[in-house]
Design a protein around this ligand. Sequence first.
Ligand code: AMP
Length: 418
Amino acid sequence: MIQLIRGFKDILPGEVELWQKIENTARTLFENFGFKEIRIPIMEKTELFSRSIGEETDIVQKEMYTFPDRKGDLVTLRPEATASIVRSYIQHKMYAANPVQKLYVIGPMFRRERPQKGRYRQFYQIDAEILGVASPLADIQLIFMLVKLFSLLQVENALPHINSLGCPDCRPGFKADLTAFLSDRADKLCSDCVRRSIKNPLRVLDCKVPACQEAIAGSPSILDTLCDPCRKDFDTVKTMLEQMNITYVVNPRLVRGLDYYNRTTFEIQTGDLGAQNAVAGGGRYDGLVQMLGGPDQPATGFAIGFDRLAEVSGFRPEDLIRSPDLYIAALGEKSRSIAFNWHCEMSLKGIRSEMDFQNRSLKSQMKRADKLGANHVLILGDEELKEGAALFRNMKTKEQSKIVLSEVVDRINKLIPR
Ligand code: AMP
């Protein structure tokens, strides 16, 4: 038997109801905040990701699904959505009509990481991006929206961690300080961090290896070296979040795994996920649009890990599964064909009905109705046919009534509350 690929998974009925709930809640919330959906391809030219995410990142170095297509062009299954959204913003000159675009994407991403609980090779993200706005109000709106989404989905202990990564004016100074600090401790760092400490020293700060964590205790804090505009911007974020009653922690070690971030950066962590404790992450990436060949437009955004959100949501799939409104138990060929017509007509009217397409006994059909948790049952056997009326039973109250065959669909449409 052919099994699915390691790190990939099916989301089955019984589980998918929770995914639908999350997706619908996110869509409604985002659209209320003025975001529009954009659908971007699953696959792009490799160069788009390697240039934007950064050659020295784990994603580009070891996690992308990259292969030559049949003509030999290098293509990559998207490991994240931001690069494609920015490509699309530039390619379609969305900025010409209005530089401010609020966009969202929901869909699968691919990273060849070591699979474990909460970490998959095909996983799903919900992304929202605000392009064309330099004001920190955009970052605050994103954090606010995340916090509200998590509360609508009954996530407990979701806490925003925030940091500032500075800008091209103040970051080089910090990088130099950090590199000097790390070079004194190179013998204590893991081999990845030894490489990072030269090429991308900020990434050492969020290495999960305990020895590295120990080695960087007391490292310089980026927040001490921010230039005035970056400091002012970060202060606004903090003050506004406080005014909006959003609890947060400042985490000067929060650097995130992608190169394009600057200024405010954030993650939503929950204590409930063990090692994979980040449910969402994002921040400002003001240089990316220009770096990918577009105009000098600022941008900020986030990505939520859908799989992890499903795990920490207080909703359980079993609470969301809707049982049928009606089970039609038909006996005999003639009754079955009448029932089949009702079943189709009712489905069109939004009455969720079920019936047996085969020749099962009344007893086994009633058992099935019970198992499905059908709220009502309609019985049509030889006797009912002769009488010209079907038997309608409310399974909760056990009340019964008869409905003339020609009136079944209309009557049930009125009788079943929706
Ligand atoms: P990133 O794009 O790396 O900033 O990730 C944003 C969010 O996506 C993270 O906070 C995770 O919740 C989720 N995520 C990232 N990688 C994976 C993965 N391999 N499996 C499941 N979720 C992931």
